[in-house]
Design a protein around this ligand. Structure first.
Ligand code: GDP
Length: 264
């Protein structure tokens, strides 16, 4: 009995702090819950609390190999352990940004961010702009986390997967166009944000105007366009992969799981 109790105690204590986790972020309606539910079929535990977002402990499906286990054999306990991770969903729109920023500021076990978007909705201007603004803010938070870090080593890298969902819809933009359109729209967002700051700095006569502008500017300086590769300078690799959680003949989220496996 004692080993069992000990195991339970250790397991319970260890679970919240040691499991690698991934944050699901993105505009509402993009398919975050659907992806969570799909992955949850492999769930081993579930936590619902009012203060924390929905976190589900899941297993990487068997067809995928965690990066850290390439030289381990199935059946090795370490191999089984390495397939466990937490998927953190962010419910509610208002709370979501608050949560996301908090997690980004203190990403103890965050291995990556999965930004889910609706690839059909970004084919239209309203959807594209909403998505680009959101993504801009997430990337800017990651950039600040990097540039404002006080440790000499610099903070751990946090990669971002842009999961371009709903590829089963014929109106969906293919991944390379999602990338292009987002980069263009994010360029516009940062330009209009900079202008907003300048205007408010002028009316307030603020001294920190230049400093603020620099801090709030996503990616490299200059008037050129924003490209995701610029994020590598601040410890974030951005990858775009298409997929569909629902619809089509069946779900296709293979490249998303491969990306997750590569971070485990
Ligand atoms: P969330 O707000 O990001 O959690 O989005 P949901 O997971 O609730 O999904 C919003 C809507 O999109 C639901 O009606 C889903 O059934 C639908 N949906 C999710 N994934 C897909 C997909 O891959 N293809 C299609 N056609 N619809 C999807």
């Amino acid at each position: 009995l004692l080993p069992v109790l000990l195991h339970q105690f250790l397991y319970r204590k260890a679970t919240p702090t040691t499991l690698p986790s991934f944050l699901l972020i993105g505009p509402s309606g993009s398919g975050k819950t659907a992806f969570l539910t799909l992955t949850e079929r492999k769930a081993v535990a579930q936590t619902h609390t009012s203060t924390a977002p929905l976190g589900v402990e899941v297993l990487l499906p068997e067809d995928y190999m965690p990066q850290s286990s390439h030289y381990r054999s199935p059946g090795d306990p370490a191999y089984e352990r390495s397939r466990r991770f937490l998927l953190l969903d962010t419910p509610g729109h208002g709370k979501l940004r608050h949560f996301a920023t908090k997690q980004l500021a203190n990403p103890a076990n965050v291995r990556g961010i999965i930004f889910v978007l609706d690839a059909a909705s970004v084919a239209e201007e309203t959807g594209l702009n909403e998505t680009a603004e959101y993504l801009h803010d997430v990337l800017l938070a990651l950039q600040k986390r990097y540039t404002e870090a006080t440790t000499s080593k610099g903070p751990k890298e946090i990669p971002v997967l842009i999961a371009a969902n709903k590829m089963d819809l014929f109106t969906a933009l293919p991944p390379h166009l999602v990338t292009q359109q987002l980069e263009k729209a994010i360029s516009d967002v940062r330009k209009s944000r900079a202008k907003g700051l300048k205007d408010s700095g002028r009316t307030l006569g603020g001294e920190d105007e230049d400093l603020d502008e620099e801090r709030e500017w996503l990616g490299e300086g200059g008037e050129g366009s924003f490209e995701f590769v610029q994020m590598e300078e601040v410890g974030t690799t951005v990858t775009v992969h298409g997929g569909n959680v629902i619809g089509g003949e069946s779900a296709d989220v293979k490249s998303w799981y491969e990306w997750i496996a590569a971070q485990l």
